[in-house]
Design a protein around this ligand. Structure first.
Ligand SMILES: [Zn+2]
Length: 75
């Protein structure tokens, strides 16, 4: 995939954290818990604040990172 910002080829990798990461349309000043009513979501697909491991692409030129949706495990 090419970078949506500068069109350079992106590198495959992972976004990782020992704590949860949220995506929100607004800046959270204090509490980093997602507000589902405003569309906030946990990055990585888990509905908790624990570890995150999800695939992502990084542009070596402009440093843009594109986080990919979590892969569903079939058990
Ligand atoms: Zn780029």
């Amino acid at each position: 995939m090419n970078c949506p910002k500068c069109n350079s080829e992106m590198m495959f990798g992972y976004v990782q954290s020992k704590h949860g990461i949220i995506w929100s349309a607004e800046v959270h000043e204090w509490f980093m818990l997602p507000n589902a009513k405003k569309g906030d979501v946990w990055v990585g697909g888990k509905d908790n604040c624990f570890s995150v491991l999800t695939e992502a692409l990084r542009c070596p030129e402009c440093k843009t990172i594109v986080v990919l949706p979590p892969v569903e495990k079939v058990e």
